[in-house]
Each structure stands twice: as C-alpha cells, then as structure tokens.
Design a protein around this ligand. Structure first.
Ligand SMILES: NC(=O)CC[C@H](N)C(=O)O
Length: 458
C-alpha cells in the first residue's frame, strides 16, 4: 500500500521534527499536508531522513480530503490510481476539467521507438499508455506515422519532459499534436516504479487530470478510478471501427518516399475493421491484395457479397468475448463458406472463439516491439511487436486446431491454425509499426492460402 504523507511526517517525529530533519521549514510541511504529497524537490531530503525509497515517496496516500486540493510545487497534472496512489507530475497535451478526462486501464509499453504509431493504434481504446522508455516526444510527430485518424488511447504517462523535436520528418510537436486530439499527458512520473507496480499487482485503472485552473479533486478522481468497470466485458471495437466500407490502396512505407500507392494484386481481400492499424492494410496491399475494409459489425452475407478470396480479421480494443457477440456469427459464416481467413491480435482471439476456444485476461499484458515468439513448426524465434491484454486459452482449443506460436516470455498462446479449414491467426503484430518486420512472411502465407483455395487459380 502507498505510504501517506501523514505517516511520513509521523516517522519524522511530527511537523516540528519533519521540518528540522529535512530542513524545509514548518510552512513547507503544512503545504505537504494540505496537498497530501511531498514535492519531488524534497524527496531526496525526506528519503535520507526516513530511509524510504524515492518510489515510495512518489506513490502516495489515499487519504485526500474531499474537495479541491492544491498541487505540490511544480506539479500541474496528476495520475490517480484505483489503489490509492497519487502520482504528481507536469501536464502536457490537452488540458482537462478538474474532474480529469483521461480514464482507463494503465498499461506499459516497452517499445523504445514508435510512440506515435503506438498512440494511434486503435487497440489502445480504454487505456492510458505509460512508456518504460524515458525519452518520448523528441522526434515530434508526422502524419506518415499515424496508424489511425483518431487517437483511441485515453492518456500518456512519461518520465522526461517533452523536448523540442529533432527530426527532419517532424511536422508538429507531440505536445501540440496531443492537444489537437484532446489527449492529456503527464511527465515527471517515475515510470519504472509505476511499471513495477503494475507487474506486481496486475492491471490498474487510472485517471489523469491536467486541469486548467490547477485545482485537483483527488478524492473525486480516486472515486472515478474505483468506479471504472475495467476492460473485461467491454466491447470497444464497435466504437473505433469504420462506419462504412471503403477500398484501401496504399502499400508499405518506402524509405525516403513516404507512403506509396502500390499496384494491387489479383486477390480480393475483405478486411474486417475491429480497429485496424493502417500498416496491416498496407502489408496486405504490398503482399498482392486488393483490400476492401468493412465495419466490425458486417455480417457474413455482407462480407461474402464482395466475393473475397480471403477474409482478414483485424486487431482491435476491448474484450474479445464481448465483441464475439456479433463478430463470431459473421466469422463462422465466412468459415462455413470455405473462405480462407487470417487474423491478427483481436482478430486472432475472435477466430479462436469462432472455432470453439475461449479467451481470458492475462495477468500481465504484452506491449512493445521486442517480444520473442517461437514458431513451433520451424523452431525459429521471431522478435515481434505486440499489444494485447487478453489471450487465447490453449487448453480450450478443439482437437483440430493447432497451436503454431508461443510467447517466450510467459508461454502463452501466440498463434493457431485449423487442420480442417483454411484459417490461421497470430496474437502478435506482423505488420510491426512500430517494431521489427521478422514476421512479414505471414502475409505471404495468407496469399499462398488464398491462391491454393481460389476457384480460378492465379
Ligand atoms: N491489439 C489487439 O488487437 C488487442 C486485442 C485485445 N483488445 C487485447 O487486449 O488482447
């Protein structure tokens, strides 16, 4: 449990003792008590006098009085966790009302590059992202690195303050880019301590507040964090999906040339958009497909009306079991028609559900661009890009569905293939963006599967 300011002051022998042991004066001690926090500039003095670690001093107190609280010196934003931790820092991006606006599950990403692709991945709906890498924002933003038009993530937590971008590709600062999109951020947070906390205690709900008037209702924010129902049971795919079908014609990014229109190949693919990242659509085009994107709620009849050679099931946010309600009947219809199917991440989980397996919430999600996965057929290890908090339960797979890939971090399922139907899927992200492109072969595997099942072979 977090250590309250009152406990720390008591440890130091009351306000008088605290003032003399840390040398900060009685007035400062009064302010600490009022704000229910010790400002970072006093942490080392307090740490020396009490023997408490710096992380303990940052993760504080659930004893905030109701009503508005002033922030400790230098703090302009706060992240309040459902476990009562109050993490003060400096706000950037969009300001919020005093009630805070960024609420969601705090999850950490271990990626060292590609923060803009990560922030625009629609699978982050309902989540606040904290990066374990300390320098975020220093290459600015560019429209070329957006994986979706809207930012679905609810907020951003980083260690270092944002600096001016130093990158020829940058067209805007991360700060301005976030402001434009209504997303709040907080810097100056000990993201290592926060990550360890999530690793030790599991996923946490948090509320990020960066109020215009500098007034914080800590008790109210804590109440909100505790009342948030959590991602389990949430269908978020419907919220981030496209509302109308459209054609996608762009291929993968070309060094120095940006996004390029590629000559599309002869296979017709319908991509079901549960929150698709653009780079998946680009990879499909580059692998030789004509891509029609359809909304998450498209029925089997609507999908099959496009006469696809293959159906792709995209990544997406939320709990697969909740999205299954409308997605599984559609996928079953597509499988019954004998159409080849390829799924990524949420698409993988939905394919598994349609084949009769079940999914569950992982104790620790996998997020980042450096996740090792073993291909069981070849023994080859791929370094993959990942972003998921749920997983397919291997034990629930029917006898005719094979496990094809496993996580080398925790042994959880990373891929399946049906022995009876032309269908396979992976939990990780072969489109990278950000991350390594070790797994591009999966798009080629999908193309080969379509070619062997085509009515008129190419
Ligand atoms: N990237 C994804 O598709 C994520 C799938 C699912 N929302 C999960 O968290 O596991």
């Amino acid at each position: 449990m977090a250590i309250s300011v009152e406990t720390i002051i008591e440890k130091l022998g009351g306000p008088q003792g605290a003032a003399s042991l840390t040398g900060v004066g009685l007035e400062a001690i009064r302010k600490w008590r009022q704000a229910r926090a010790i400002p970072p500039k006093h942490w080392s003095a307090v740490s020396k006098a009490t023997g408490l670690g710096l992380a303990d001093l940052q993760l504080q107190a659930e004893d905030a009085p109701s009503g508005l609280n002033a922030a400790p010196d230098g703090a302009t934003a706060v992240l309040v966790l459902a476990d009562g931790s109050v993490l003060w820092g400096r706000g950037f991006g969009a300001q919020t009302g005093p009630g805070g606006s960024g609420i969601g599950e705090i999850c950490f990403s271990t990626g060292m590059t590609g923060y803009q692709e990560t922030l625009t991945d629609p699978s982050f709906a309902g989540q606040i992202i904290t990066f374990t890498f300390p320098h975020v924002g220093n290459v600015g933003t560019t429209a070329e690195d957006e994986e979706a038009i809207n930012v679905a993530a609810r907020g951003l937590v980083v260690k270092q303050d944002l600096t001016e971008p130093s990158n020829w590709r940058a067209s805007q600062t991360l700060d301005a880019w976030l402001r434009q999109r209504g997303i709040p951020g907080i810097s100056g947070v000990d993201t290592r301590a926060l990550t360890l906390r999530i690793r030790e205690h599991g996923p946490q709900t948090g509320v990020l507040s960066y109020p215009q008037d500098g007034q914080f209702d800590i008790a109210g924010l804590l109440g909100q964090a505790r009342a948030w129902p959590g991602l389990e049971g949430m269908d978020l795919a419907r919220e981030v999906s496209c509302t109308q079908s459209y054609e996608w014609t762009q291929g993968v990014w070309n060094w120095g040339g940006g996004d390029v229109a590629a000559a599309t190949g002869p296979r017709r693919v319908v991509a079901v958009d549960y929150g698709a990242k653009r780079n998946i659509l680009r990879c499909l085009v580059t692998a030789g497909c004509q891509v029609t994107v359809v909304p998450a709620t498209a029925t089997a009849a609507e999908i099959l009306a496009h006469r696809p050679d293959g159906v792709f099931l995209s990544n997406g946010p939320g709990d697969p079991a909740a999205t299954a309600e409308y997605a599984v009947p559609a996928i079953k219809g597509v499988l019954d028609a004998g159409t080849p199917v390829f799924g990524i991440c949420l698409g993988h989980q939905l394919l598994a559900l349609a084949l009769g397996a079940s999914t569950f919430k992982l104790e620790q999600g996998h997020r980042g661009a450096n996740q090792p996965v073993r291909d069981l057929a070849t023994g080859r290890v791929e370094i993959t890009s990942q972003n998921h908090g749920f997983a397919v339960d291997d034990k629930s797979l029917p006898a005719d569905v094979r496990v094809t890939h496993l996580s080398l971090f925790d042994g959880s399922n990373e891929g399946i293939a049906s022995d009876r139907l032309p269908a396979f899927s992976v939990q990780y992200h072969p489109e990278a963006s950000p991350g390594p492109s070790d797994s591009f072969y999966l798009f080629e595997r999908f193309v080969a599967l379509m070619d062997t099942h085509r009515r008129d072979p190419v």
